[in-house]
Ligand binder design. Structure first.
Ligand SMILES: Cc1ncc(COP(=O)(O)O)c(C=O)c1O
Length: 464
């Protein structure tokens, strides 16, 4: 295509105000262009020209013309497909977000109240937060997960930095470890949340997996887990889901946690806990933190990534925290200084609104109590969906043992449906879930359970 020269006079649109805007733009873009002082001068001056630059649209179709189409994210892509489906009866069980009985997203009442308090406070400004985020939020987050009387907190051995929700906390932790920890291998469960291997791989760690889920029992492969951790390199980082393992809903028992702890400590392994569902699994914040607190109680070191997406319903506000429990207060100070060096070139400093909501709630005992009631109501609704789905399949005589629906914990049920059965249910029933057969129990309601049960029944009886 021939290079084009845009003459300002040719480019004048018919609309005179648009013309004025264009002239102003030209003056800003070309500081050396003549300043017109009079109409007569304007008549006689030469037309302004804009030489095209090599990246202008008229020159080439795109400098990215050769780029390949990337696949949709396996989890978020389910919602993309769901949104495109015009069928009004469609059901989305792919998204890991809580929905009410009416299928609507929920903003907690206590969150609305906290936001109102923040808005009504005229002293609040929009200045940047420090690199490590809101100090009050960090302190309260550590207390929430480790317990108010955690010795590690009292001994100033915990450093907490505010991060961009759970994902950001994992990424900052991963990059910190890749720079400063002697063993770059991170062992993650097979299977796990699909983003884990990508987050840690891109952070610079070598990702390997340990056996976790047993498809035969639809429960924990504890023997496999112990064997794989035993043969992993000494000092390996081990990713552990604090509770409500995603996607399987299978958690170790307290006794099994204790054995895992002993094994890991005996091999000097570094636990990296991912806590995306505290309070969401059992309805109790303390119970869902038991596994983590066992590891802190032995005085050893660990990393903890916390998310407020699910338990406070702050998904899009991106509120989370990374804590490092260190061997001494002195080490904690130095670890914090290095975390700052990871964060500063990544996003400089975190956002202000979300952590302000969390801090407002956590520091006020009355609001905190209201939160726990709302949190328990969400957890209980999910638990009741498990019972309803189990009963619905039983009453249909659907082949198979569906007791895992009741046994699994948290937001998801790992149904055991094959990818063909999942595709069939999408095609025939407009029910959407991830291809591994994971369904979000939080996306179900009393109205949709029978539809899902019919679809599962058809899938398992027609596609064996
Ligand atoms: C196990 C696990 N970790 C971390 C996350 C990250 O969530 P977010 O970044 O939204 O806090 C999720 C979200 O689904 C998750 O399931």
């Amino acid at each position: 295509m021939a290079p084009s020269i845009l003459r300002a006079s040719e480019a004048q649109p018919q609309d005179p105000s648009a013309g004025r805007r264009l002239s102003t733009l030209v003056r800003h873009l070309l500081p050396s262009s003549p300043r017109r002082t009079s109409a007569a001068e304007a008549e006689t001056s030469a037309p302004t020209t804009l030489e095209s630059s090599p990246t202008m649209a008229s020159q080439v179709s795109s400098v990215f013309a050769g780029i390949a189409q990337a696949p949709e994210d396996p989890i978020l892509g389910v919602t993309v497909a769901y949104n495109k489906d015009p069928n009004p009866a469609k059901i989305n069980l792919g998204v890991g977000a809580y929905r009410t009985e009416e299928g609507k997203p929920l903003v907690l009442n206590v969150v609305r109240r906290a936001e109102q308090l923040l808005i009504n406070d005229p002293s609040r400004v929009k200045e940047y937060l420090p690199i490590v985020g809101l100090a009050e939020f960090n302190k309260l987050s550590a207390k929430l997960i480790f317990g108010a009387d955690s010795p590690a907190i009292k001994e100033n051995r915990v450093v907490t930095v505010q991060c961009l929700s759970g994902t950001g906390s994992l990424r900052v932790g991963g990059e910190f470890l890749a720079r400063h920890y002697h063993e770059r291998t991170i062992c993650i469960p097979a299977t796990t949340w699909g983003n884990h291997p990508k987050v840690f791989g891109l952070a610079g760690l070598t990702v390997r997996s340990y056996r976790y889920y047993d498809p035969a029992t639809r429960g924990l492969d504890f023997k496999g887990l112990v064997e794989d951790l035993s043969s992993a390199p000494v000092g390996s980082i081990v990713l552990l889901h604090a509770c409500a393992h995603n996607p399987t809903g299978v958690d170790p028992t307290i006794d099994q946690w204790e054995q895992i702890r002993q094994l890991m400590r005996s091999k000097s392994m570094l636990p990296f806990f991912d806590s995306a569902y505290q309070g969401f699994a059992s309805g109790s914040l303390d119970k869902d933190a038991e596994s983590v607190r066992m590891f802190v109680a032995d005085g050893g070191e660990l990393l903890m990534a916390q998310s407020y997406a699910k338990n406070m319903g702050l998904y899009g506000e991106r509120v989370g925290a990374l804590s490092v429990v260190c061997g001494s207060a002195d080490v904690a100070v130095r670890v914090e200084s290095q975390l700052k060096l990871v964060i500063r070139p990544m996003y400089s400093s975190p956002p202000l609104h979300g952590p302000s909501i969390v801090a407002t709630i956590l520091k006020d005992s009355e609001m905190y109590n209201e939160w726990t009631v709302e949190l328990k109501a969400m957890a209980d609704r999910i638990i009741s969906m498990r019972q309803q789905l189990f009963d619905a399949l039983k009453s249909r005589g659907t082949p198979g043992d569906w007791s895992h629906i009741l046994k699994q914990i948290g937001m998801f049920t790992f149904t055991g449906l094959s990818s063909e059965q999942v595709a069939f249910m999408r095609q025939e029933y407009h029910i959407y879930m991830t291809s591994d057969g994971r369904i979000s129990m939080a996306g179900l309601s009393t109205k949709t359970v029978p539809i899902l049960a019919d679809a599962i029944h058809a899938a398992v009886t027609q596609l064996k």
